[in-house]
Design a protein around this ligand. Structure first.
Ligand code: PMP
Length: 361
C-alpha cells in the first residue's frame, strides 16, 4: 500500500516532506540526542524552535510588529468561549456574522460570556453564500465582530476582508489560514486550529493585536487569559511541543515553496480546476455555493442520485483518493484541498470524476 491523496477536511493531509523530516528526526532531534517530544519546553533547544517558528510565521505573513503570536491548546472550539471571556464584557455586546456551521458554534459557545448579537447570517440560503455586506447590522459599540472566513463544512469562503471600521475584526481562520497572502493589519485577532494548514490537532495559533490584550480581565484563571499567555511566550504551562514542532516544519516548508503568494496561486489553480470539472459535468456533479463565495479549501459537491454516493466513495478510495465523504450536515461529497494537496492530487480526482460520470451518467 502507498499513501493516497487525502482529501480529509481535518485532521488533514500534511506535506509529505514534513512527515519525512519528522520521521527522520523522531529519535534524535537536532543536537538534543533525544526526541523533540522528550525534551523540556524550557530548554534551549525547544526555546530556539519556539522563537524560530514565530519568526517564520511573521515572515510568511509579513506581520506588523504590534501583533503577538500565541501557540495555544484547546482547539478552535475552546477559543469560541475564551475569546469573549477575554475581549468582551458580560454586560457588553459582541457581533457575530454567521456563514456556516462553525460560525453557529462560535455563537453558541460564546453566548455564556457576553451578549452575542447575530449581526448577519446566511442561514436562509442554507449557507450557500456569505451574507451580503449591505445587510450586516453592526453595532458600533460591539467589543468585536467575529466571522469565519472559510466555512469548512459548507465550503463558503470570504474572498475579501470585511471592513468593520474601528470595531476589531476577529477571524476563525482554522480552515484557510496561510492559504494565500493576508493583510494582518486588517484584523484584531486571527486564530486557527492547526489540523488543516498548520500541522496536527491539539495546537491553536493565535495572532492578536497588542492593544486588545489590555482588555483581558484579571479576575479569570491565568490559564484562560491571553494576556498571561502572551506575557509568558506561550509557555505558561507545558505546550503541545510536538504539535508546535510540526507547525515549525510546515512554516519552513511554506517558505521553501515560495511563501504565501506562490501557495495562494497554486490553491487558486487547484480550486479552479475542480470547480471547472464540476461545472462542466452537465449537471452530473453540482456545487450549490454562489460562485463568488466558493471556497478554495473545501469543495462540497453532490452526485445526481444519492444511491451513487456509496459507489463513488468505494471506487475513489480504491483509486487512492481518500476521505471524500461530505459532512453529515450537508451530505454528498467534499474534497478538501488545503496547502498540502498537490495539483497532481486534484488532477487525479478530476480524472476519476470524469470517468465515474461517463460510466454512470
Ligand atoms: N472552526 C473551523 C472553521 C473548523 O473547520 C473547525 C474544525 N473543523 C473548528 C472551528 C473546530 O476546531 P476544533 O475541533 O479544533 O475545536
Amino acid at each position: 500500500m502507498t499513501r493516497g491523496f487525502n482529501f480529509s477536511a481535518g485532521p488533514a493531509a500534511l506535506p509529505e516532506a514534513v512527515l519525512r523530516q519528522a520521521q527522520a528526526e523522531l529519535l534524535e532531534w537536532g543536537g538534543a540526542r533525544a526526541s523533540v517530544m522528550e525534551v523540556s519546553h524550557r530548554g534551549k533547544e525547544f526555546m530556539a524552535l519556539a522563537e524560530e517558528s514565530e519568526r517564520d510565521l511573521r515572515d510568511l505573513l509579513d506581520m506588523p510588529s504590534n501583533y503577538k503570536v500565541l501557540f495555544l491548546q484547546g482547539g478552535a472550539t475552546q477559543h469560541f468561549a475564551q475569546i469573549p471571556m477575554n475581549f468582551a464584557r458580560r454586560e457588553g455586546v459582541a457581533d457575530y456574522v454567521v456563514s456556516g456551521a462553525w460560525g453557529e458554534k462560535a455563537v453558541r459557545e460564546g453566548s455564556p460570556y457576553t451578549r452575542v448579537r447575530l449581526a448577519a447570517s446566511s442561514l436562509d440560503s442554507n449557507y450557500t453564500c456569505i451574507p451580503s455586506r449591505g445587510q450586516w447590522d453592526l453595532d458600533p459599540r460591539a467589543a468585536y465582530v467575529h466571522y469565519t472566513p472559510n466555512e469548512t463544512i459548507h465550503g463558503v469562503e470570504f474572498h475579501d476582508v470585511p471592513d468593520t471600521g474601528d470595531v476589531p475584526l476577529v477571524a476563525d481562520m482554522s480552515s484557510n489560514i496561510l492559504s494565500r497572502p493576508l493583510d494582518v493589519s486588517r484584523f484584531g485577532l486571527i486564530y486557527a486550529g492547526a489540523q488543516k494548514n498548520i500541522g496536527a490537532s491539539g495546537l491553536v495559533v493565535m495572532i492578536v493585536r497588542e492593544d486588545l490584550l489590555e482588555r483581558c480581565p484579571r479576575d479569570i484563571a491565568r490559564i484562560m487569559s491571553y494576556a498571561e499567555h502572551a506575557a509568558h511566550g506561550s509557555l505558561l504551562n507545558t505546550p503541545n511541543t510536538f504539535g508546535w514542532y510540526l507547525a515549525a516544519l510546515v512554516f519552513k516548508w511554506l517558505k521553501a515553496e515560495g511563501g504565501l503568494a506562490a501557495i495562494g496561486e497554486r490553491n487558486r489553480v487547484k480550486a479552479e480546476r475542480l470547480y471547472a470539472a464540476i461545472d462542466a459535468s452537465a449537471g452530473f456533479y453540482v456545487n450549490r455555493v454562489e460562485c463568488s463565495a466558493r471556497s478554495w479549501m473545501n469543495v462540497p459537491f453532490f452526485l445526481p442520485r444519492p444511491e451513487l454516493d456509496a459507489m463513488f466513495l468505494a471506487e475513489s478510495k480504491e483509486a487512492g483518493l481518500l476521505a471524500l465523504k461530505g459532512h453529515k450536515a450537508v451530505g454528498g461529497m467534499r474534497a478538501s484541498i488545503y496547502n498540502a494537496m498537490p495539483l497532481a492530487g486534484v488532477d487525479a480526482l478530476v480524472d476519476f470524476m470524469r470517468d465515474f460520470a461517463r460510466r454512470h451518467g
